[in-house]
Design a protein around this ligand. Structure first.
Ligand code: GUN
Length: 299
């Protein structure tokens, strides 16, 4: 039986530093043996504050591990055709290993059209149908979406057993919920779980969450999961990063997760904080994919 106390924090910031050091070492060796360092390009359209912050953090992480990182910033008014041209240009540029287009895009641009235009070999976000299809079949030769990949890295680091456990994933987005549910149910090191995927039409969500050994909250609703909903000793992974107004902060806002941390910390065995949990691991997942792309070209 699990005795309630304080959960162990799954420290995404520290674990991300650990993996970044490993990546940096590999890059150093690569460069020392005469190869160029990996190069990631991020396309940012418009001036959404959140997107700007995320793309900036990705570029900073590239520099930290010795990658080349380029941000291509376009005005909100860029046409779909112009953006597609940029994607095609980068697809053909052999000095670029990874391309991500930060989402969401302005309404006049079809996100799926852009995502599918990226060469699967450079799709380090893992959003292309080929990469999503491979993941669905348990074929890890493609790219796994950075957030679910980062979460599996965090689970591995802390030796969290998923096999035979009941994992409840809340949210069915193509970026997080769906790939996460597939990974957890797969026959891999961080898989073999029995997975329930909950969404906005789920009728007995509370009942299901109460049965979960592992809860992954990825719905973008601040504080949605509360301590009273969680089974004692559950592992709680919070993917939420909603900006909410907070006049006590210099920026005027703070990041809020999908989990009410204070009440959930008392019930769970392991829990990710926001910020400093899944967020840094997402960036590490992206770096991992970009290194994988570069290593493929060298091999
Ligand atoms: N928007 C929210 N998350 C992501 C992500 O992981 N990649 C991209 N490109 N856009 C996002």
């Amino acid at each position: 039986m699990y005795l309630c106390g304080m959960a162990q924090i799954l420290d995404g910031k520290a674990v991300s530093s650990f993996f970044k050091q490993q990546i940096a070492t590999e890059v150093k060796e690569m460069v020392a043996s005469g190869h160029r360092a990996p190069h990631l390009v991020a396309i940012l359209v418009g001036s959404d504050g959140g997107s700007k912050t995320y793309v900036g953090a990705k570029e900073k992480a590239c520099v930290e591990v010795g990658f080349a990182g380029t941000i291509l910033h376009f005005d909100e008014s860029i046409s779909e055709e112009e953006l597609l041209k940029e994607v095609h240009r980068i697809n053909l540029d052999s000095s670029i290993d990874g391309l991500i287009v930060q989402l969401p895009l302005p309404k006049h641009i079809n996100e799926n059209k852009i995502t599918q235009a990226i060469l699967p070999e450079k799709d380090v976000d893992g959003f292309h149908d080929i990469n999503m299809g491979k993941l669905t079949k348990g074929d890890y030769s493609g790219y796994i979406s950075a957030t679910p990949l980062g979460i599996t890295m965090l689970l591995k680091y802390y030796h969290i057993e998923t096999s035979g456990k009941h994992a409840v994933v809340i949210g069915r987005s193509n970026i997080v919920g769906r790939p996460m549910s597939i990974l957890l149910s797969d026959s891999s090191e961080t898989g073999n779980a029995t997975v329930t995927l909950c969404h906005s039409r789920t009728q007995n969500l509370k009942e299901l969450v109460a049965q979960a050994d592992i809860v992954i909250a990825a719905i973008g609703k601040p504080g949605f999961v509360t301590g009273d909903m969680i089974k004692p000793g559950a592992i709680v992974i919070d993917v939420g990063t909603t900006r909410i107004d907070d006049s006590s902060k210099k920026a005027g806002w703070r990041l809020a997760g999908d989990v009410d941390f204070t009440s959930s910390e008392l019930k769970s065995s392991f829990i990710t904080p926001v910020p400093g949990g899944v967020g840094p691991m997402t960036i590490t997942g992206l770096l991992f994919n970009t290194l994988k792309s570069r290593k493929r070209q060298i091999a």
